[in-house]
Design a protein around this ligand. Sequence first.
Ligand code: GLA
Ligand code: GLA
Length: 669
Amino acid sequence: MTGWPKRVPGLCWGADYNPEQWPEQVWAQDLALMREAGVNLVSVGIFSWALLEVEEGRYEFGWLDRVLDLLHEGGIRVDLATATASPPPWLTHRYPEVLPVREDGVRFSHGSRQEYCPNSPVYREKSVALAEKLALRYAEHPALAAWHVNNEYGCHVRRCYCQRCAEAFREWLKARYSKDLAALNEAWGTAFWSQHYSDWALVQPPRVTPTYGNPGQLLDFDRFGSDTLLELFVAERDVLRAITPDVPVTTNFMAGWTFGALDYWSWAREVDFVSNDHYTRAEDEQRHVELALSADLVRGLAGGKPWLLMEHSTSAVNWQPRNRAKQPGELARNSLSHVARGADGTLFFQWRASRAGAERYHSAMLPHAGSDTRVFREVCELGAAYRRCAELVGSTVDAQAALVFDFQAGWAAEQPAHPTQDFRYHEAVLGVYRALWQAGITVDVVPPSADLGRYPLVVVPALYLVSDENARSFDQYVAAGGHLLMTWFSGITDEHARVRLGGYPGAFADLLGVRVEEFYPLGAGERVRLSNGATADTWTELLHPEGAEAVASHVDGPLPGVPAITRNEHGSGLAWYVATTLDPDSMLGLVREVAERAGARPVVRAPAGVEVVRRTGEGPRGPISWLVVVNHTGAEVVLPVRGIELAAGSDVPGCLAVPAGGTAVVREV
Ligand code: GLA
Ligand code: GLA
């Protein structure tokens, strides 16, 4: 693996650059302003297929040659796209089978983007051919720093349900079940509703059906959907690697509240470096916390190594119900939160706001109003700060706890015909993450198969689906002295989404020392009270302690007197269970207590709403550490910190004042 795009000096800083949307006279101005903003990396050509291969087999690279040369003259490196994210009209016109098919049989039309079926041989052939052409042409170009394959796989077309995908799904299933149809029938539980398959040819994708589909089929189709898109990435990547073995290859993930289509744990193994796109949701007042979760997850995907924020926005987006501009300073706070959590650079979508096309109301580094704007001034200021923080590059993040996250468990837990429609995996994760964030505890986000031994505390929100093997490793972790906090809807099924018998939470009943008989989900807006003063919503369950002690029980609601929070001594460790959705303050109180007992302490004791993360690295004279501080509050805060503030170049003699909404990066001494 070639790893990081080392040709970029310092922290990466720039944007998607779409010069083909503008006359060439504008490019010189772009370059001048990019230099003013300190830009050192741009992604070029992501949606350029139709202007690079203007007809089948007729390529026009002249304009791209000129763009790359110009960027090189300006000292700006290029993350060059393979341009395969949006097939050109000639392709889908001549080969309509390239167009993907929805669950209900409707074939998509041309006119937007991502209109390709992952199993279309024509799309594969043409996209790999284009990637090859680009690699051959630009292999020696001095501006080339990285390859950007396709764009946000699965963003709009999560799954395709066409005949070719049906065939590919059957092949995938044969491999998964070792060509044993009986094993598939068993895994999917096809004795139910007369679904038994007597021939592989009868198996279909889960298209629109009269009522609920088969859970095993739905889950395997999700797994297949992720794998089949990954094959597309790998096909392009392999061609690029063969021609330019020293240029790292990435594709931009969407690990945030919009995630869902792909199992990024398996994708992350295939990229040379991990890159991610993240957009905050304007209406979420706690959007900086959701951002932090996304960044921690992406660092987990990167195995703790530096990663790149490939896209976020300087200000408003164009695709939410109401697209509000960001607050002054929010751009810097967002960017530095990603950096705090391991990003060695942040790029925006996009450099210059478009005047036409569906995204013309999306913000950019250079707004419609031009360079005499707040956004452009904030961009230039942050670009200058990044240059002064270049020493962070290559350092890693210190975490005090682990949070277990699993895409497949999320897919399974959100299937239809479940005990409540109110379960959202992301909300379940965020519910406990928010408390950790507020407690100042940095977490590594890890897969269920991770080695947990080095963490004093492991938090496991709603791990609905789990294999026996992974379940055992949690058991061993606690038995060996670990502290674990688990929340409801965990351990319920095996890896085929079949319910584990003998009482919930199935795989974890012994570890937690509880047995749950029945679920009592709460109504919309219904709240219950607990004996420790907490309130809760969404979920309750009829739980019997079997070895565990009750920490708090229900006072009212459907299950008065029944424990809702329990604690179990297991081996030399402690396993806590939360069988309801606690209000945020109560969750914070609980997390503080659990963390205290586990010995997981915040980096620095900071007031509420102040984010402090430590990065560490090796300097010429031994270890170095930095604190990245982001003040999300409306008041100045003072922290007990000693060192040098890099952006301002000022001494921090023992107390650091960070203004309301401000940020700081301190090399500790
Ligand atoms: C109907 C059907 C049953 C079952 C139940 C579930 O009554 O006839 O097969 O699906 O609904 O409530
Ligand atoms: C995604 C895409 C970009 C652009 C932005 C808009 O991240 O990758 O091309 O559409 O969304 O927010």
